[in-house]
Design a protein around this ligand. Sequence first.
Ligand SMILES: [Zn+2]
Length: 237
Amino acid sequence: MAQVKSIRGREIYTHDGYMYTFDAYNFNKTKKFWRCRYKNDCPCRIHTSTETSKVLKILNDHCHDSEAALIEANVAITNMKQRAKDTLEPTSSVINECTSGISQAAKGALAADGAIKKQIRRIRREIQAAPDAPKDLMTLVIPDEFKTYSPSEGIVEQFLLHDSGPGENRILIFGRYRSLEILAESTSWYADGTFKVAPSLFSQIYVILAKYMNGVHPLLYALLPDKKNKHMNSYYK
Ligand SMILES: [Zn+2]
């Protein structure tokens, strides 16, 4: 069975290029009864096992062609929705990643649905977890869920410790309050800037480490707009 969880809120089962909508359970819920999605015209029904999702019985023949391409397209859409939720990739990359391997026929079915981009953006707006990449440091707005850190379930602490505010020389400092305590207790601090892994808009990730117990630990991470360290000097004072 392909992964198409639902279409417009209805549970969908796909089998051999046909789509079925959920109808009912049997009396003890061990079986699921499904009807062809064209149930008004088509008499085909199937029964599946609730436990394994395998087909147990097929009743009647379909009176129409299979919809393999459409199903493939729907799987791609399901994957895109998931990817839009799980990653920060631009919308166009999400679409490319999820459609590069599908058949021409499925691509055709997708192209017919010009609303995909809109749909992905809507999902992102809804969950607000993966906004499109910000354009500049002036307009960058950091969603609340990116300002906090959850070390364990039910516990949320501030993770964005400092934001110098909108502007070209914007600086963000991330870390845990516990890190500040360790810094206060430690007698040796180290600092190191790295350029390669800095996210776009920023030129440098500046890491502050401190000797504590028997090791040296990275404690604060600053995103700097350029490759100089002058910005950080004001923070040490
Ligand atoms: Zn049918």
